[in-house]
Design a protein around this ligand. Structure first.
Ligand SMILES: [Zn+2]
Length: 312
């Protein structure tokens, strides 16, 4: 899990839902404008476990952080939606959204800030201060960073580790995925410490440290932990590089006309994602950087027209 920042824009599906009151059973939160916005926040990585959503079965599921069955009024709200892999999505659902015994479930927006939920929210909580991996342990086990065991923060991290099966041995498939991805990076970093990686190898490490890539945030943390500042500058991408890679990756969807419904759906999602990046460039990136790249790719007018449909 990593800290995510949602842009302050609303996809048209959710604006319509607020105006018309869609039924929960209609499932319109799966529409490409909603998915595109979430993709702009998360890229390819699951909001909870950071593994590749595609790698675990589907291109990710739109997940209700607070389940729509219990929090009906949040079913079409952007502040309650995330993209998750199927495994995390079903685990969050099955958890029935645990609440600490010190308080009660929220019944309206007014109650949300004080609701003692026991799941970490990657948008609302300072994840980097609460949950981390062990960089020395070869299994890269998760660690609860909260020192005060009587605090709700401690119980929240503990419950999140339990629900998402982050603990050692709880989900061998996920553990293997994480160890494989991060273990390969540690080997490269060790090599860099002794004989220095080639320029191409450095570029590979840098790409895998992009936070929109699966495990990208963990890779960045590994680099910062293992190497001195000069190497960190060489191997960690800047926010601008990360964003431009995401744009370039999405732009490949526009190279050829889609021939299947699935390809068409992916292209629509990519279009909305680019529009969200255009309207609200992430991490303080200057908007001209995004505009210029879209212009170079010949996509600026198409994306600008889509962007105009978001509500601010
Ligand atoms: Zn996941």
């Amino acid at each position: 899990m990593r800290n995510l920042t949602r842009p302050d824009i609303v996809p048209p599906t959710l604006t319509s839902a607020a105006e018309k009151g869609y039924a929960i059973s209609s499932g319109h939160w799966r529409n490409p404008d909603v998915r595109g916005l979430l993709r702009a926040v998360q890229g390819q990585s699951c909001a909870y476990c950071q593994s590749a959503m595609e790698g675990r079965g589907t291109p990710g599921t739109v997940d209700h952080f607070r389940p729509s069955s219990k929090y009906e009024w949040l079913a079409y709200r952007i502040d309650n939606l995330l993209l998750a892999c199927n495994d995390c999505n079903s685990r969050i659902k099955n958890s029935d959204f645990p609440i600490d015994q010190s308080g009660a479930k929220a019944e309206s927006d007014d109650d949300l800030p004080t609701e003692p939920r026991l799941l970490l929210d990657p948008v609302a909580d300072p994840i980097d201060q609460l949950l981390d991996i062990d960089y020395i342990d070869e299994r890269f086990s998760f660690r609860n960073l909260v020192a005060d065991q009587d605090s709700i923060d401690f119980r929240r991290v503990r419950k999140t580790i339990e629900v998402l099966r982050f603990a050692k041995g709880a989900d061998p498939t996920y553990q293997k995925l994480r160890i494989r991805a991060l273990g390969a990076i540690v080997k490269k970093l060790d090599r860099h410490k002794s004989i220095k990686l080639s320029a191409d190898q450095c570029a590979e490490v840098k790409l895998s440290a992009c936070r929109w890539q699966p495990f990208g945030e963990m890779v960045q943390r590994l680099i910062r932990f293992h190497l001195p500042e000069t190497d960190v500058i060489e191997l960690c991408p800047t926010a601008e590089e990360e964003c431009l890679w995401l744009i370039d990756d999405l732009a490949t969807m526009f190279e050829e006309a889609p021939t299947t419904d699935d390809a068409e759906r992916q292209r629509m999602e990519a279009r909305w994602c680019l529009a969200a990046l255009f309207l609200a460039p992430p991490n303080g990136i200057n908007e001209t950087v995004v505009r210029d790249r879209l212009n170079d790719l010949g996509l600026q007018s198409e994306i600008e027209a889509v962007a105009a449909q978001f509500a601010k």
